[in-house]
Design a binder for this molecule. Structure first.
Ligand code: MLT
Ligand code: ZN
Length: 439
């Protein structure tokens, strides 16, 4: 279907497709197939269906829950060659792209038109749009523009039997029955393989301001986000990290931070618009009921990037220190600080030598609990149960994958999971699509 050159069987070549980015999830595959078109994807799925061969679809392989790893010798369907990008539709502020286009490539394509994809994340150079849709990726700007699901104006996907669902005309209003972008986004490659996406675009902010606020505690940082939201300055991001993460990042990058190292919580906020909003932001910060202990502000691209780097480099700095258990969770705003206060104790109770590093998207109630030095799954169990005790969700933006599959029944009801399974059976009766994840 794809030609010999795009069927990889040499273990030296297939190995990179059989493990995840963190090194925590490893499997094996007899073959990696690399289609370049929707027709080829459909052809491969017809062959696999006929052979009853299970398939793991894979984009940029930047996922963090093992959802793209062939754990039981599945065929890997690598979507990276479907990297086409159509001309930007300026009238509609939309663009159609192949599933294998990276976020960075689509951003570079849209920016000359003053437009960009609203979702942004640190893995932008490798993460593919198809993978971001399959996992309903969130990232750094959900507080302003929503998650990946909110950016979809159309989708094309191939079902397990090779049939193609296509609705890419990008109509803002289209109330003609079931909405496949909603159904497939977040289904983690279990219902269909996404081959193309019609994305809504937003205008690029001409002026941007980034500020790093140091607070004595997370309670103060959470309160600050709530107060800042009430100001007429649209927050683009409200990110959090802590002194232990800052220490790891500055050591990893060999840099000195522009703020003291011993704050109780660091809140990175960004805002942007047509004009410079730094004066409005400064006024909003000056009115906070709990004044920050220290502040660093950046309006120039270079200094903004330096502040962002302190937050974005957490992932690579943690990975450089070991193989982390990554637990991406969501909590109600009022539960963020109580959860953060307890989680370290819960983890060290089951794994005394473990190190817990927290960071995340405070404005979305989304914390990333990273645990270094954990052997088995006990820490995952302790953290996820604590999340549920606090009324949270066991996955905010990374998905369930294989990493959290065993805890899904604690979070979703038996009736919900049976509905998941019924949909799965209807669309993939043989169960060949990404069989190790979700249900
Ligand atoms: C992030 O927020 O940086 C990403 O979700 C990646 C991660 O959690 O490590
Ligand atoms: Zn994140």
């Amino acid at each position: 279907v794809v030609g010999d050159d795009h069927v990889l069987t040499d273990p030296d070549l297939t190995a990179q497709y059989a493990r995840d980015w963190t090194g925590r999830f490893r499997g094996s595959t007899p073959v990696v197939v690399r289609p370049a078109s929707t027709d080829q994807t459909a052809g491969i799925l017809r062959v696999c269906s006929a052979a009853g061969a299970a398939v793991v679809p894979q984009g940029g392989n930047t996922g963090l829950v093992g959802g793209g790893v062939p754990l039981a010798g599945e065929v890997v369907l690598s979507m990276r060659r479907l990297a086409w990008i159509d001309p930007v539709d300026r009238l509609a502020a939309q663009v159609s792209v192949g599933a294998g286009a990276t976020l960075e490539a689509v951003q570079a394509h849209a920016r000359p038109h003053g437009l960009e994809v609203a979702v942004d994340l640190a893995a932008r150079g490798s993460a593919t749009i198809g993978g971001m849709v399959a996992t309903n990726a969130g990232g750094l700007r959900v507080i302003r523009h929503g998650d990946m699901r909110a950016q979809l104006a159309g989708i094309e996907a191939v079902l397990a039997d090779g049939s193609v669902l296509r609705r890419m005309h990008g109509l803002v209003k289209d109330n003609t029955g079931l909405h496949f972008p909603s159904l497939l986004c977040g289904s983690e490659g279990t219902l269909a393989v996404v081959t193309a996406v019609r994305l809504k675009l937003v205008s690029v902010d001409a002026e941007q301001t980034v500020a790093l606020l140091c607070f004595a505690s997370l309670v103060e940082a959470v309160a600050a986000v709530a107060e800042l939201r009430a100001w007429p300055v649209p927050l683009d991001a409200a990110e959090v990290f802590f002194a232990d993460g800052l220490a790891l990042v500055t050591r990893h990058l060999d840099i000195e931070p522009p703020v003291p190292r011993d704050a109780g919580a660091y809140l990175l906020i960004a805002c942007g618009g047509r004009s410079d909003l730094s004066t409005e932001l400064a006024a909003a910060v000056a009115h906070l009921s709990c004044a920050p202990m220290d502040i660093a502000v950046a309006t120039e691209p270079r200094s903004r990037a330096e502040l962002w780097r302190l937050r974005e480099a957490h992932t690579e700095a943690i990975n450089a220190a070991g193989v982390p258990h990554k637990l991406d969770v969501a909590l109600p705003a009022a539960a963020l600080a109580p959860f953060a206060d307890t989680v370290r104790t819960r983890v060290t109770a089951v794994e005394p030598g473990a190190q817990v590093i927290l960071f995340g998207h405070l404005g979305d109630g989304n914390l990333h609990v990273n645990v270094l030095g954990a052997e088995g799954d006990d820490v995952d169990d302790a953290v996820l149960r604590l999340v549920l005790e606090h009324g949270g969700s066991i996955s905010a933006e990374h998905g369930i994958g294989v990493a959290k599959k065993q805890w899904l029944e604690l979070d979703r009801s038996a009736e919900e999971l049976e509905a998941f399974r019924a949909i799965k059976r209807a669309l993939d009766p043989q169960g060949i699509l990404n069989p190790n994840v979700l249900v």
